[in-house]
Design a protein around this ligand. Structure first.
Ligand SMILES: [Zn+2]
Length: 223
């Protein structure tokens, strides 16, 4: 594979798309339409200014500590280095084999100080009813293993990194309290090599917001 190739790991967000069951879809529309803009400019010059109304958990998104903890760092407070150019590894646990990802699945990988991406293939159900339930998730022990291994970030191509059948969210709690960022709703992880790539998922710099869509991508670093 070619070095410096970029691989897009993000879903497309469009008007009316439901990412998370129970949360509203984004409304994407014109604030200023091309037609209405014409009156401000000379003949042949026109612009569109979009308006978006959405919950912050839309599309492929990143969770910062503030999402879970009132006094945790928000999007504006997490250092840029935590979002970009992270040495990364992909761990493959196909959802048709198991939806419960345990520490046993994570052992025997070099994960320290890396971003760890869990490839389950669940993104094949994106934008269907199947996506929202019985999705792959990590166990609490798996999260503790990742935390104890000092990983930088954990990503997954699933509806939630936690088991949503109960009311606790031990993976979010364990990772975010140690400022280990979480990316959910990734896609296309099958395109990644097992190693030698970097991961990037940079959100805008909002104050008082803990989660936001990202253009997540991998950059292949060696042949
Ligand atoms: Zn989350």
């Amino acid at each position: 594979m070619k070095a410096n190739l970029l691989i897009d790991l993000s879903h497309t967000i469009e008007n009316g798309l439901i990412t998370y069951k129970g949360l509203p879809a984004p409304i994407i529309c014109d604030f200023l339409s091309r037609e209405d803009s014409k009156k401000f400019y000379e003949e042949g010059t026109e612009f569109q200014i979009g308006k978006i109304e959405m919950v912050s958990n839309t599309g492929t998104y990143i969770d910062c500590p503030f999402h879970r903890f009132e006094n945790g760092k928000d999007l504006s407070e997490v250092d840029l280095e935590r979002f970009a150019d992270l040495e990364a590894v992909v761990i493959r646990v196909p959802h048709n084999e198991t939806i419960e990802i345990t520490e046993a699945h994570l052992k025997n990988y070099e994960i320290r100080n890396r971003a760890v991406l869990i490839h389950t293939g669940w993104d094949e159900h994106w934008n269907t009813e199947t996506y929202f339930e019985n999705n792959p998730y990590l166990t609490k022990k798996a999260a503790e293993y990742l935390r104890d291994s000092s990983v930088k970030l954990v990503g997954i191509d699933s509806h939630n990194i936690d088991d949503t059948r109960g009311k606790s969210r031990p993976v979010h709690t364990t990772l975010l309290e140690e400022e280990i960022l979480i990316v959910e709703h990734l896609c296309n992880l099958y395109l990644l090599p097992d190693d030698v790539f970097t991961f990037n998922a940079v959100p805008p710099k909002f104050k008082g917001v803990g989660t936001f869509p990202v253009r997540a991508f991998a950059k292949l670093t060696k042949k």
